[in-house]
Design a protein around this ligand. Structure first.
Ligand SMILES: Nc1ncnc2c1ncn2[C@@H]1O[C@H](COP(=O)(O)OP(=O)(O)O)[C@@H](O)[C@H]1O
Ligand SMILES: [Mg+2]
Length: 347
């Protein structure tokens, strides 16, 4: 099978270390695919459409492109272009990315499906209703990977809330405020139809007095206090019924956003045992040291299994939905029988 691996190839402003990590991850996936008999071409995605030609000649695209030049808004456009080109590709469809990249849109959709989302609001200017519960967390609405999340994101007074919204609004176009859920943080990974063992962030070594959150520093600053204080554990130490309940909820959330391919749903469980959905992540990081690979490991899969199952899920999806082919067929049939006014429009 002719397989292309796409990835963000516009690395302006990236550190050498960022570039090294992306290439290492791509090389690892390429090796697995070659060993499984694919002929593999790596295609860096840069502004413009030059990357598209090799993709159109491929039988499958393993889409590791999380954006162009780290601008995550472009992630969905790359997936959309692949969909329009009619090439099977791994991971989520473009509309799922568009929905989930805007937390207020995803939250509204989840809530409309009756799923538990902690109360949230879009500030009006820098204000939120006076009865909005505290503590609250202020988040950029259209970022991921903990961008804009730090200890000061959690506020316990109205004054601090307004200040934080003002501060975040200077850097981000859209900001949301959400009730802060105290409790355990868990995640469910999904690959195709398969749910992986629940994982947990162990915050027990978080410095005294610090909020137990996965901040930017916890995620990206190895060895920092917040990194040391937020260790992933998989499988989570929870009972089977509790895990089953979380998996069922994650599946509902995934279905509600139209999820396909592979994803991860982040949740919290409060002191009463009530689970809350924090976020749905289509195409989470599939590097060998990232969360999804850890969950796959807990399911007894090797890293190779994970990559090949992601590929198989894409091929199965492509077989099921031939929407582009149907669209082309519909257009052809219509074109064969044009009405007089269509003929005029088409002229
Ligand atoms: N409502 C909330 N209550 C408690 N903690 C939260 C809440 N929302 C976010 N967090 C913390 O902030 C982290 C990042 O938030 P998240 O919404 O997942 O954004 P990102 O897209 O950056 O991962 C979460 O992993 C969690 O630790
Ligand atoms: Mg998250």
């Amino acid at each position: 099978m002719k397989t292309v691996i796409t990835y963000d190839g516009a690395a302006q402003g990236w550190s050498d270390e960022d570039i090294r990590q992306v290439l290492e991850s791509v090389t690892r996936v390429a090796t697995i695919l070659r060993d499984a008999g694919h002929s593999v071409q790596r295609v860096p995605v840069r502004p413009g459409l030059r990357w598209l030609a090799p993709c159109r000649r491929a039988d499958l695209v393993v889409n590791l492109c999380e954006g162009i030049d780290a601008v995550s808004r472009f992630e969905s456009l790359v997936a959309g272009t692949l969909e329009l080109a009619g090439v099977p590709f791994t991971g989520a469809r473009p509309e799922v990315m568009t929905i989930c990249h805007r937390k207020h849109v995803a939250n509204a959709l989840l809530a409309a499906h009756g799923l538990p989302v902690p109360q949230w609001v879009i500030p009006n200017g820098h204000r939120v209703p006076g009865d909005f519960p505290l503590p609250a967390i202020v988040k950029p609405a259209a970022e991921d990977a903990s961008v804009g999340i730090e200890q000061a994101s959690v506020v316990t007074s109205r004054r601090a809330l307004v200040d934080r919204i003002a501060r975040m609004s200077e850097q981000h176009d859209e900001v949301i405020v959400q009730r802060y859920v105290t409790g355990r943080e868990l995640a469910v990974g999904l690959v195709g139809e398969q749910a992986l063992p629940v994982s947990e962030i162990d915050f027990s070594r978080m410095p005294e007095g610090a909020w137990r959150i996965l901040s930017f520093s916890a995620k990206w600053d190895p060895g920092s206090d917040e990194d040391v204080g937020s260790q992933p554990i998989c499988p989570a130490a929870i009972t089977k019924p509790a895990a089953d309940r979380l998996v069922a909820l994650a599946r509902d959330a995934w279905r509600a956003v139209g999820g396909s391919g592979y994803g991860r749903v982040d949740l919290r469980i409060d002191e009463t045992g009530q689970p809350w959905i924090l976020e749905v992540n289509p195409n989470p990081d599939i590097s060998e040291d990232a969360g999804l690979a850890r969950m796959a490991g807990a399911a007894g899969w090797s890293y190779e299994d994970l990559i090949l199952r992601i590929v198989n899920a894409a091929l199965a999806d492509a077989q099921r939905s031939s929407s582009v082919a149907m669209l082309a067929e519909g257009a052809r049939t219509r074109a064969e029988r044009p009405t007089p006014e269509r003929q005029q429009n088409l002229a």
